[in-house]
Design a binder for this molecule. Structure first.
Ligand SMILES: NC(=O)c1ccc[n+]([C@@H]2O[C@H](COP(=O)([O-])OP(=O)(O)OC[C@H]3O[C@@H](n4cnc5c(N)ncnc54)[C@H](OP(=O)(O)O)[C@@H]3O)[C@@H](O)[C@H]2O)c1
Length: 362
C-alpha cells in the first residue's frame, strides 16, 4: 500500500490562501505548488433541471453513471443514452444528428473503444482513430450546439510510462505513455488539450477527468477485450469448475495497479459534473496500489481456486506501476472512494456468477 501523499484537508486550507491557477497549457501547477490551485468549485449545477446526454451510457461505466443521475433525481426522459447502432459517433453526420435530436445542456462523454492489453496490441490504429475522432467531434459540436458543460473522460493510460508514484496531474506531460496503450491513451489525452483550448478561446465549460482502472458489475468478461480483474475472475471460476490444478497468468506479476469500484467512479464523475469547473485535469482513483501477483492470489482465494498460479513472463506486464494521487479530486469537489477493495471484488464475482447462470439455458 502507498500512503496518501497528503491529507485533502491540508490541501483545501492551503488552496484557500493561495493565488490563481497556473496557465492553461500545463497539466496544472508545478509540483512545488501542489495545492496552490484555486479551489474552483462551480456553483452547483442542479442536474435535475438539465437535459443530460451520456455517450456510452449503456456501457460498463456509463450505466453506473446513468444510475447515479437517476439517484440524483434526474427524470429518465431528461437523460439521453445514444446507442452506437443509432449514432456512430466516429462519423460527423451522426454526431451532428445526435445533438440536433437530443439538444443536451450537459454532456458526459464516455463512449470509447476500450479494451485490455491484448485488444490494444491487436488494434492500435482503431484505438487511436476512433477515440480521437469521437472526442474531437463530440466537443466541437457540443460547443456549436451551446452545451453548458462538457465532462470529458480520459484515462490513466495517458500518463507517461515512468511517472513517479503516486501519479500527480502535474506529471501528465513528462514523457511518452507505456507503448501497448499509448495510441488509446494519447487519443484520449487530446480531450484535455481540446478542453483547455476551448475554454481559453470560447469560454467553453469543459472539464477533464482521469479515472484509474475500474472494476465492478457489468464489466466485460470477454477474454478478447477484458481488463485484468474480469479476466482473472473468469479464469479462476472456470478452473474451479473444470478442476484444473493450475492457472496461467500473463506477465511476471510484479507490475502494480490501482483499482476503483465502478460506482465510486460514477459518483466522482457526477460530482465533478455538478461541482467542478476548471482547466486542471483531475485524477479519480481509490489511492492504493496492489501487485498483480497479490491481486491474482486474492481473486483466487475469493473464487475458491486452490491450485497453482503459473506466470507467463513472455507476455507484457504493461506499465510497471500505477497509483494515483487523488488529493485534487478531494480538494476540488470532495470526491473520495468508499468501496473497500475486497468488498468490491466480492460483488463483482457475485454479479458474474449470476450473469453466467442467467445466460445458461435451463
Ligand atoms: N473501464 C475502465 O477501466 C476505464 C478506466 C478509465 C477510463 N475509462 C473510460 O470510461 C469510458 C467508458 O468505458 P467502459 O469501460 O464503460 O467501456 P464500454 O463498456 O465498452 O462502453 C463504451 C461505450 O461506448 C460506446 N461506443 C463505442 N464506440 C462507439 C461509437 N463509435 N459510437 C457510439 N458509441 C460508441 C458503446 O456504445 P453501445 O453500447 O451503444 O455499443 C459502449 O456502450 C471510456 O471513455 C473509457 O476510456 C474506462
Amino acid at each position: 500500500m502507498i500512503p496518501r501523499a497528503s491529507s485533502w484537508r491540508s490541501i483545501v486550507s492551503k488552496a484557500r490562501r493561495t493565488p490563481p491557477a497556473a496557465p492553461i497549457d500545463a497539466g496544472g501547477p508545478p509540483p512545488e505548488d501542489r495545492g496552490a490551485f484555486v479551489r474552483r468549485e462551480a456553483s452547483l449545477i442542479d442536474l435535475k433541471t438539465k437535459r443530460v446526454l451520456v455517450t456510452g451510457g449503456a456501457g460498463f461505466v456509463g450505466s453506473a453513471v446513468v444510475e447515479r443521475l437517476r439517484g440524483r433525481g434526474c427524470p429518465a426522459e431528461s437523460i439521453a443514452v445514444p446507442r452506437r447502432s443509432d449514432f456512430d459517433l466516429v462519423h460527423e453526420a451522426d454526431v451532428r444528428r445526435m445533438y440536433e435530436r437530443h439538444r443536451p445542456h450537459v454532456v458526459i462523454h464516455l463512449a470509447a473503444l476500450v479494451g485490455g492489453i491484448a485488444a490494444n496490441r491487436a488494434r492500435p490504429g482503431s484505438f487511436f482513430y476512433e477515440n480521437m475522432m469521437m472526442g474531437a467531434m463530440l466537443m466541437e459540436y457540443a460547443r456549436q450546439a451551446g452545451v453548458e458543460k462538457f465532462v470529458a473522460i480520459g484515462t490513466i493510460c495517458a500518463y507517461p510510462k515512468f511517472t513517479p508514484v503516486p501519479f500527480r496531474e502535474e506529471d501528465l506531460w513528462s514523457g511518452y505513455p507505456e507503448e501497448t496503450n499509448a495510441p488509446y491513451g494519447l487519443a484520449k489525452k487530446m480531450l484535455l488539450v481540446q478542453s483547455q483550448a476551448y475554454r481559453a478561446q470560447y469560454g467553453f465549460n469543459a472539464i477533464y477527468l482521469l479515472p484509474v482502472n475500474l472494476y465492478g458489475p457489468r464489466d466485460s468478461f470477454d477474454p478478447q477485450s477484458s481488463h485484468v480483474i474480469p479476466a482473472l475472475i473468469r479464469k479462476f471460476l472456470e478452473a474451479v469448475e473444470r478442476g484444473d490444478p493450475a492457472v496461467e497468468v500473463w506477465g511476471t506479476g510484479r507490475a502494480t495497479r490501482e483499482f476503483l469500484y465502478v460506482d465510486d467512479a460514477a459518483e466522482g464523475i457526477v460530482s465533478a459534473a455538478e461541482r467542478y469547473d476548471g482547466v486542471e485535469p483531475v485524477n479519480l482513483g481509490a489511492g492504493f496500489e496492489i501487485s498483480i501477483k497479490d491481486l491474482a492470489e486474492l481473486i483466487a482465494r475469493l473464487t475458491g481456486f486452490t491450485g497453482r498460479l503459473t506466470w507467463n513472463a513472455s507476455q507484457p506486464d504493461g506499465q510497471p506501476r500505477r497509483c494515483l494521487d487523488t488529493s485534487r479530486a478531494a480538494a476540488l469537489f470532495g470526491f473520495k472512494a468508499t468501496t473497500p477493495f475486497e468488498e468490491g471484488l466480492r460483488r463483482t464475482i457475485e454479479w458474474y456468477r449470476s450473469a453466467r447462470l442467467r445466460a445458461t439455458p435451463t
